[in-house]
Each structure stands twice: as C-alpha cells, then as structure tokens.
Design a protein around this ligand. Sequence first.
Ligand code: ARG
Length: 460
Amino acid sequence: MKLWGGRFSKSTAKLVDEFNASIYFDKKLYKHDIVGSISHAKMLGKCNIISEDESIQIVNALKEILQDIEAGLINFKVEYEDIHMNIEKILTDKIGDIGKKLHTARSRNDQVAVDIRLYLKEEISYICGLLKNLLITLIKISENNVDTIMPGYTHLQRAQPITLAYHLMAYFQMFKRDYLRLNDCLDRMDFLPLGAGALAGTTYDTDRDFIAKELGFKNICENSLDAVSDRDFIIEFLSDTSIVMMHLSRFCEELIIWSSSEFDFIEMDDSFSTGSSIMPQKKNPDVAELIRGKTGRVYGNLFNILTIMKSLPLAYNKDMQEDKPLLFDTVENIKPCLEIFTEMISTMKIKKSNMKAATKTGFMNATDVADYLVKSGLPFRSAHEVVGKMVLYCIENNKNIEDLSSEEFKSFSSFFKDDINDKVEIKSCIEAKVSQGSTSFNSILIMIEKGKIFIENQED
Ligand code: ARG
C-alpha cells in the first residue's frame, strides 16, 4: 500500500505510478533528504514530540540507510514515488512503527524544499570555486601578456590598439560579477523551509531554529506558505548561471575566431582540439564550440522553470516536481564547462607576434591622431574630419598613418608638429591612454593587482 493509501479504495494505475514518480531523478537528493530527516528526528526528540529513545533509533537507522545507499545495496522503487517516501518506507521496514513517527510535524512539501536548498547550497559553493580558479587563471595569463599588443574591435572591425591582458581582464570583471552574483544567491536562499508543514505550519511546538543550526542555515523562512511555494532561489540560480554561460559563450566565440587562419592569434593545445573524420588537415575548436552550444540548454532551463512557476497558485502544486531535472541539468553542465574552459585557456598558445602584426593595418591610431590635434587646439569634430581625410589619402596611396612623413602630416593641418611621428606609434597610443581603467600598461598592472587582492579576500 502507498504511504498515503488510507483514503483510497483502489490502487493507482501503473501508468499513473510511472507518470507521477520523481524517483528517477530525485534519487540524487538521497543524502540531503537523509541529513534533513536526521535533524528533524533530533528536533522531535529534543522537543518531546517523540521520545528521546525513538529519536535515537530513527537517527541511527537513517545513518545506516545512508551507508547502504552509498554501498549500492538499495533499490529505489517507482511504487514509492519519490526519494522522500522511498526512504521513509525503507526506514519503517527497518525499525517498524517507530519509523512511522518520523513524518510527524512535517510534510513532503517542506521536505523537498529543504532537500533542494541543501543540494544547491553545496553546488553553488562548488561552482564558485570553479569560477575562482578561472579568475586566478585569467590573472596568470594576463600577467604574461601585459605588453602583448593586439587590435581592439568594435563591430568586429579593428578599432584601437589594446593589450591581451586588458582584453582578458575585461573577462575577469565579468566572471567576478558572476562569482559575486552566485554568492548573493547563496546568501538569499540560506533560509530553512523545513517545519513549514504542508502550508500552514504545524500544531506541534517544534524548534525550527534548532534544525536551521543543525543543517547550517543562517535563519528560517519567515512565512510557511512562502517556504513551501518558493522556487525563486532556483530561478535566481538559473539566471546567474545563464549569465555565466553567456560570458563563456562570448569568450568561446572570440577564441574560435582567433583560432581561424584568418586571425591566427592563438592555437588551442592538441589536447583541447579535435580533428575531422574526412579532412586530414583539420584542427577544430570543438570544445569552445560545445561550451558555446551548451549555453542554449542553460538558457532553456531558465525559461523552463520560469514557465513552470508562472501563475502557480500558492502553495505547493505538483508542477513544481518538474523543477529538478532542469536544475540538475544546469548544474551538471556548467561544472564541466567552467572546468574545461579554464584548462583550455591555460594551455592555449598565444601568437603574440601575429596579434601585434594585426595592429599595423586598419588605421587603429586614427583616434590618437585626432586627439593630438585637439590637444594642439583644434575642436574635436574638425580634427575628426582632418584625420578622416588622412585615412582616405592613406587608403588611396596604400600607406599606414605611421608611415606618413612629417611633411605629409603638416599638409593636412598646421597643428601637426614634428613630434607627431612618435605619437602615432602603436605602442605610444597604448601608453597614452592615461584615463583610469584604460588599456595603458600601468593601468593594466593596477587592474591585475586589484584582481589579486579580490581573490585573496575570498574565502575558500
Ligand atoms: N516529489 C515531489 C516533488 O518533487 C515531492 C513533494 C510532493 N508533495 C506533494 N504534496 N505531492 O515536488
């Protein structure tokens, strides 16, 4: 008979059993379910809701069940629907009527909510660790590339010269925000739903603070109706991870472009590339492409949960059982993406001279020439026009701006003086970016230093 079978005169259809069950996927939560139940049983004993001895027997039996599951000795049954009822059934089979007392003063609604929170708290901490490793790796590569000059782009057209370290430290900022966002998410979800009962609280004089402390929650959920209805923390986690994937996908896209023969800025290590089954010469950036592709499923999972939760009346509805497969899917996908991405960028070869050579064409110092004129007294808009004409002249005569003689410069404007030729060197253009947070070598060193301090101040 089902644990809830008392009011039924017929058993459920087999098809319904299979359809209704979540054990296929929520068995993943066995440890969190048992840990939650142990704290609950301890609390029941402490508050004299069950006897001290009964509490001890339940706790010991649950610990044994945990060991048995980990030893692979337990087969969960679809008949018992989910992880909560499977474990309760194993418990009652083991210790009889005393086991039947475990579900006093709780419901599966608060039980599943606490299980997911326990699971997700662990996973977020792990993912934050992976993000931290990525941040450390970005710092390391940046330190080796403070003076690696490369083109900076807008519209994927060469725009202004920058350095690779500057480019990488932009990603550092993005992943730092991701790290902080996930920590915020962790902080906001750190409230205990257990003890909420089905929706209205319980008639027993329980001690929810005791359980919160036992399970490591900073506080309890204030409103029990909210406690069992809330899946905001999943939505928040899936939003945060969608942003992480978006950042990874942008980075991967750049790495894919940079590995093309057209750019030839980097070469992925052989251990992070794949070949073609037909074209013997091919070396493909499959890993970066796959991370870019997996962004789609992580976004999909976010839309999935948003749609499940849309318009759901309070409190628990069975729709909410569908939250787990998509949550697990994101967790299981983002972890390898972060891990592999970090390893991939630390092993890739950076072709510094190709990057630098690419700054020679594209008139990337044009803005600097305009700035020169402005500093000599010409209004910016007029300077823009002068340099535009110079660019046209260079295109027609197949020259770069830095190749022009000072006579040629002067023929475009009397504001040009002899020092212009030094000022238009690509390296000088980078050095001249004196504003805070710019690509200048000094500014990058400051960014790297701040980045290191940020990492040192994070707890493990
Ligand atoms: N398996 C259910 C889920 O994952 C557990 C909660 C069931 N509660 C209920 N009232 N049917 O959501």
